[in-house]
Design a protein around this ligand. Structure first.
Ligand SMILES: Cc1cc2nc3c(=O)[nH]c(=O)nc-3n(C[C@H](O)[C@H](O)[C@H](O)COP(=O)(O)OP(=O)(O)OC[C@H]3O[C@@H](n4cnc5c(N)ncnc54)[C@H](O)[C@@H]3O)c2cc1C
Ligand code: SF4
Ligand code: SF4
Ligand code: SF4
Length: 506
């Protein structure tokens, strides 16, 4: 007899469908398909299909909603995968090292049109049997800009995935088939931040799929495009068929390469085709990956590499010592560092702004995790503040300030006068807006934000968070109410995030 749908069942799919899929927030990663215990979902043809109604078999299942990277569930627990790193950067997340790197093989760099660090690391790992497979996004034969998520078993599979494709790739689905289909147990995974988050959520959920994850290589990501509308737009306006596109590349413009032509499309022109989820996504540098990799513009064939975990560090330097990867010090390239940090800050700020609009429209906020917990109300600022506050004098030049930021990996400082009294705040965003030619002669006092925000040493971390939100800033100074001119400490948004991670049970 046909089983009836159970209207009283607590089935995560109902929430997934209502909050994520129907509102267009799905980025087609396939994590819900891979993790579903009864095979009820299938990600195919740019949508999530429900193959059968799981409520006929189950009364309760929380999995697909919790594991979806666009739900608020498990976000803080997922962050625990990297939070034992010795350093934490306000804009770039937890890290051990930030370096420049490139594949030693120039042919690979040519093929990747970047540093080819991902391809070299994966090839090295598979050849040395450090992992048994890798999840990559190859190009579809009849539509080379379309990613085809696949399980790479040998170096040739990895080589055929070189280069970026700017459309959604169902890499978490491919990860599921590596485990269930191929029986793989030590898998290297490559993906953009929402892909890596889905995998980290599987680990945090203690889903059995999580046990097979060996290493995550995370790509930086500004956003991904909705495939069919963008390809139709390019065909209509530039007369290029999808099958004629050899590859796409992102620089100051969106570059489409065919056999005979190169088309440069202004980003503003195609911005409307960026996926809705990307507009509220705060993570540019893939903050949960073992190793994060992005471009090193303006250096053409180098990549920026952020090493976050011990496993990532050991693997990366093993590859360096074995002559697969060249490295270079970031401190020698302040331009690269400045661009990465600014891109991360800009993406986060734009996402938080958009999230507020979406909250009004949809009645919930996809990304503002900090509001979810009352943990901050239980903690005093003096317990989370940085006591050794680095300040800068108001008469320092902007070029010296930017050098200092690159060396110390800070993105903002309190500014003090000759008496050491705080007179303002300066961030990398304000400093980088000054024309390069004018940086030597421009002083901090000319560009700084003149109203530093303060909290008292007895206030709670929640008070500090409210002040940051009200003033739309990332840090507040902590002072003694008896002597408000003396800085006792500083609290940043990332300090608050760290506090919440520590308060979250495993
Ligand atoms: C959608 C998207 C947006 C990006 N935006 C930025 C950005 O704004 N700024 C920036 O610095 N870098 C961005 N990147 C990362 C950048 O394009 C490079 O992927 C990165 O620098 C690694 O370069 P590489 O030469 O080491 O990679 P390669 O050695 O060429 O290897 C690239 C790897 O990426 C994987 N891949 C390709 N397309 C996808 C996809 N759609 N989904 C998942 N995996 C994929 C392939 O499997 C391949 O293994 C973006 C990447 C993507 C996919
Ligand atoms: S059974 Fe599958 S589709 Fe249903 S709620 Fe669970 S994970 Fe989602
Ligand atoms: S888990 Fe992935 S495929 Fe499933 S709804 Fe969420 S984003 Fe879409
Ligand atoms: S911007 Fe965020 S949501 Fe969009 S593809 Fe990149 S990581 Fe995923």
């Amino acid at each position: 007899m046909q089983k009836q749908s159970n209207p009283d069942s607590l089935i995560a799919y109902n929430v997934l469908n209502k909050k994520i899929i129907r509102h267009g927030f799905c980025t087609l990663c396939g994590a819900c398909e891979a993790a579903c215990p009864v095979g009820a979902l299938q990600v195919e043809s740019e949508k999530v299909n429900r193959l059968h109604d799981c409520s006929k078999d189950l009364d309760l299942c929380p999995i697909c909603y919790e594991i979806c990277p666009h739900s608020e569930a498990l976000q803080l627990r997922a962050l625990k995968s990297v939070s034992d790193a010795p350093a934490k950067h306000e804009a770039l997340g937890y890290y051990r090292k930030i370096v420049l790197a490139q594949a030693v093989d120039p042919q690979l760099r040519e093929q990747s049109r970047g540093g080819a660090v991902v391809t070299s690391l994966l090839t090295y790992g598979v050849e040395k049997k450090l992992f048994d497979s890798a999840i990559v996004s190859q190009a579809e034969a009849d539509n080379p800009s379309k990613p085809k998520a696949s399980v790479a078993l040998v170096p040739d599979d990895i080589l055929s995935a070189v280069g970026s494709k700017f459309f959604p790739s169902s890499v978490a689905k491919a990860y599921g088939s590596a485990v269930y289909g191929y029986g793989k147990t030590k898998i290297a995974f490559v993906g953009v931040p929402c892909h890596v988050l889905a995998l980290r959520k599987m680990e945090a959920w203690q889903h059995k799929l999580g046990n097979s994850l060996a290493i995550t290589l995370g790509l930086f990501c500004f956003g991904s495009f909705s495939m069919t509308p963008l390809l139709e737009y390019i065909q209509k306006n530039y007369n290029v068929k999808p099958s004629e596109i050899k590859h796409m590349r992102l620089s100051s413009k969106f570059v489409v390469q065919t056999a005979n032509d190169v088309i440069r499309i202004p980003i503003a022109e195609i911005e409307k085709h960026i996926l809705p989820s990307c507009r509220t996504c705060t993570d540019f540098t893939n903050e949960l990956a073992d190793i994060s990799i992005g471009s090193a513009y303006p250096l053409e064939d180098w990549s920026t590499v952020i090493i976050r975990t011990k496993a990532g560090e050991d693997f990366f330097y093993d590859a360096v010592e074995n002559g697969v990867i060249n490295t270079w010090v970031m401190e020698q390239e302040p331009n690269v560092y400045e661009r990465v940090v600014r891109a991360a800050i800009q993406k986060r700020n734009a996402a938080l702004k958009e999230a507020k609009t979406m909250e009004e429209k949809f009645g919930y906020l996809p990304v503002l995790m900090l509001r979810e917990s009352d943990a901050l109300a239980q903690v005093k600022v003096e317990d989370v503040m940085t006591r050794d506050v680095k300040t800068v004098p108001q008469n320092m030049s902007i070029s010296d300030l930017l050098d200092l930021m690159t060396r110390q990996h800070h993105v903002g400082y309190p500014v003090v006068n000759d008496e050491g009294v705080p007179v303002g705040m300066i961030s990398i965003e304000e400093a980088a807006q000054i024309d390069k030619a004018r940086r030597e002669k421009t002083l901090i006092s000319q560009v700084m934000h003149r109203k530093p925000a303060f909290v008292n040493v007895g206030d709670t971390a929640l008070d500090a968070f409210k002040k940051m939100s009200k003033h739309e800033i990332g840090r507040v100074l902590v002072v003694d109410p008896e002597n408000p001119k003396k800085i006792l400490g500083m609290v940043t948004k990332s300090d608050l995030m760290h506090t919440m991670i520590q308060c979250t049970p495993c």
